[in-house]
Design a protein. Structure first.
Length: 132
C-alpha cells in the first residue's frame, strides 16, 4: 500500500508551469511565494496589480497535483479561498474545467495566474515564469 501511495505522490509532485497574463511584470518567483499567492495570502503583484487566481475544480487531478507540487493540503487552500470570499477581501479564484479555458481566461484577465502540466506551447498573451 505504501508503494502505491508513494508512486501516486510522485506523479502528482512533478513540475508545473506557472503562467501569468502578459500584464504581470515578473519573470520568476520563489516557490514559497507561489504558495502564498495560491493560498490567497498574497493578493497583489509587486507592481500593485491585483492577483487573480485561475484554477481547476477542487476535485480535479490537476488541482490536487498542483497542491502537492506546492506542498500544501488542498483543504488549506480551499479554506483560505472560502475565508477571503466570506470576508469580502477577495472574490476567490476563477474556476475552469479545461486547459483551453484556463489559457483563455489567463490571457483575457489582467493580473491572472494559473498552472499547467505537460503543455509546451502557450502562444501570445501570457508569460511562463521561472520557479526558484
Amino acid at each position: 500500500m505504501f508503494a502505491v501511495f508513494s508512486m501516486t505522490a510522485a506523479v502528482f509532485a512533478n513540475s508545473y508551469d506557472i503562467v501569468v497574463n502578459e500584464s504581470v511584470a515578473i519573470n520568476s518567483q520563489e516557490k514559497y511565494k507561489l504558495k502564498l499567492i495560491f493560498s490567497g495570502k498574497m493578493r497583489y503583484w509587486p507592481d500593485g496589480k491585483r492577483i487573480q487566481i485561475v484554477t481547476f475544480s477542487f476535485e480535479d487531478d490537476d488541482f490536487l497535483g498542483f497542491c502537492s507540487y506546492l506542498d500544501i493540503y488542498p483543504r488549506i487552500i480551499i479554506k483560505q479561498w472560502n475565508s477571503s470570499i466570506y470576508t469580502g477581501s477577495s472574490g476567490g479564484p476563477i474556476r475552469v474545467s479545461s486547459y483551453e479555458e484556463m489559457l483563455n481566461t489567463i490571457k483575457s484577465t489582467s493580473g491572472a495566474v494559473g498552472y499547467f502540466k505537460g503543455v509546451t506551447e502557450y502562444g501570445d498573451g501570457v508569460n511562463v515564469i521561472d520557479v526558484k
